[in-house]
Design a protein around this ligand. Structure first.
Ligand code: ADP
Ligand code: MG
Length: 277
């Protein structure tokens, strides 16, 4: 549940939340370019709090670019430029004068390929997220935070007795759950997931899906997936991206997931969700 910024600190001494629970995210007329190559054209999408929004569409239509724009990650790519607005609870994360960390603390990201720091311990992987939070935490606080975040990501029972082992020693699915725990350590208000299960086996995929369902109460989730069953299992809202022959990516259709799969309005959506391209 959302925590108000005025509450007493958690008795376990966990660092205070940078925000106050799940936030809504709204893209308004977002266009993007790599050099002179336009890859997104005026994409607008509401991603409300306490909902899971799935982004679907064929490869190359700009889903990952859009996700990166939602937490200013694309700024790491020198050739990238952007028009439009991204509003976090109504505040533009691109407002001049806003620091990049303002967005990054509140909007976490998990990638397709699990990317824990492989030589770093499981424990240190989780607390490494705190660097973004801008304050030093004591040992007790860190212990509590590690247990909390690993519990939320569904990994605690498996690793509680080997927190000092390297993150790289875990299985692929466990590494992904470690990455989720790491991203939760700053108490983000939004979690972006770019095909988080594409590199995982079905059992690990199921466990991540269960975790997503549990997390959606406390963090707004936006997930890119190529798996149509997964989109239907995990999301309440869905947006279908498409880049037709040499044109930049657009959202063809968006709305409640059940409606989009049961009765798509656009024939291209119908073709895609039924696996015809
Ligand atoms: P998706 O995630 O839907 O597969 P991407 O957002 O990765 O799509 O890519 C959208 C388009 O942007 C593609 O044409 C891709 O080649 C291009 N693109 C992605 N990343 C870069 C980059 N770093 N530099 C130049 N072009 C890029
Ligand atoms: Mg992608």
């Amino acid at each position: 549940l959302p925590r108000s910024g005025d509450e007493d600190p958690d008795p376990a001494g966990v660092p205070p939340a940078p925000g106050t629970g799940p936030a809504s995210l709204r893209a308004r007329s977002v266009s993007a370019w790599f050099g002179s190559h336009q890859v997104l054209d005026r994409v607008s999408l509401d991603m409300p709090a306490r909902r899971v929004t799935a982004l679907i569409g064929p490869s190359g239509c700009g889903k990952s670019t859009f996700l990166r724009i939602l937490n200013r990650m694309h700024e790491l790519i020198a050739s990238a430029s952007l028009a439009g607005e991204v509003l976090l609870d109504g505040e533009d994360i691109y407002d001049r004068g806003r620091r990049i960390t303002h967005a990054r603390r509140q909007i976490g990201m998990v990638f397709q390929k699990p990317n824990p720091f492989p030589a770093m311990s499981i424990y240190d992987n989780v607390v490494s997220g705190l660097r973004l939070n801008g304050r030093r935490a004591g040992r007790g606080e860190k212990d509590a935070l590690v247990e909390e975040c690993l519990t939320k990501s569904g990994l605690w029972k498996e690793v509680r007795d080997r927190l000092r082992q390297p993150g790289g020693a875990l299985s692929g699915g466990q590494q992904q759950r470690l990455c989720i725990a790491r991203s939760l350590a700053v108490r983000p208000r939004v979690l972006l997931m770019d095909e988080p299960c594409s590199a995982l086996d079905p059992t690990s995929t199921r466990r991540i899906e269960e975790t997503i369902a549990e997390l959606s109460e406390e963090v707004t989730i936006v997930i890119v997936t190529h798996n149509m069953q997964q989109a239907q299992r995990v999301s309440q809202l869905c947006a279908f991206f498409l880049a037709e022959q040499g044109t930049p990516g657009v959202i063809v259709e968006h709305g409640p997931t059940t409606a989009m799969f049961r009765s798509p309005r656009d024939s291209r959506t119908a073709d895609y969700v039924q696996g015809r391209f």
